[in-house]
Ligand binder design. Structure first.
Ligand SMILES: O=C(O)CCC(=O)C(=O)O
Ligand SMILES: [Fe+2]
Length: 207
């Protein structure tokens, strides 16, 4: 079975991105794949994960007051990682065909938030930087209860609250990286996700 999104779903995603700039989908990946991805984060030894840095390139720094999750990049030697990346590749192609977004590549990592961990309000891309264009967040936690915290909160450009998303197993959130400030509220329970970013090529600006 090819690991791709069907064209009807791609139509829906493209329409929503045009209308709202973001959308929340539930159970659009096969359950057994989501289960395998969940084990990739839950069963991995903690040494495999690194505290996430803020900023890019030489400006990277650890700042535990802003975020306290640990991350591990997806790798091509893992079958579930490859299948996940294949779905995301079909999303990239589907959106390029429908919206001419020019999405060029995709980078993604597992994130593990231990109890108490959080990520304060931020944008994934600086406005106008044209690097990270579209964000995906895929959640891997069965039976999440509201009182366990760890919500992803999405704001609009004027900082009005748009959505409060529980990090429930199988939920996929997609949003335009430059437009939506968002935060992860402190979690009371271990919280696994895969965050990813579609980027455009910067080669035209390589002067
Ligand atoms: O895990 C989440 O809900 C979002 C994480 C996030 O905002 C990020 O890694 O940039
Ligand atoms: Fe983010």
């Amino acid at each position: 079975m090819p690991h791709v999104f069907d064209s009807h779903l791609l139509d829906t995603i493209a329409d929503k991105l045009v209308d709202d700039g973001y959308l929340i989908l539930r159970d659009v990946l096969p359950t057994e794949l989501t289960e395998a991805l969940r084990h990739r984060v839950e069963d991995a030894p903690v040494e495999d994960f690194r505290f996430a840095a803020i900023g890019r390139g030489s400006e990277q720094q650890l700042n535990h007051e802003i975020r306290s999750d640990r991350i591990r990049w997806l790798t091509p030697d893992s079958e579930p990682d490859m299948r996940y990346l294949s779905f995301m590749s079909s999303l990239r192609e589907g959106l390029n065909q429908r919206l001419f977004m020019g999405l060029f590549d995709y980078e993604s990592h597992y994130a593990w938030y231990r109890p108490g961990a959080f990520y304060k309000k931020h944008l994934d891309a600086l406005r106008g930087s044209q690097n990270r264009i579209l964000t995906t967040v895929f959640f891997l936690n069965p039976d999440w209860q509201q009182q366990q915290g760890g919500e992803l909160i999405i704001y609009d450009e004027a900082d009005n609250l748009l959505e409060t998303v529980l990090p429930e197993f199988g939920t996929l959130v997609i949003f335009l990286s430059e437009r939506f400030p968002h935060e992860v509220r402190p979690t009371a329970r271990g919280r696994g996700s895969i965050a990813g970013w579609f980027r455009v090529s910067n080669s035209n600006y390589g002067f």
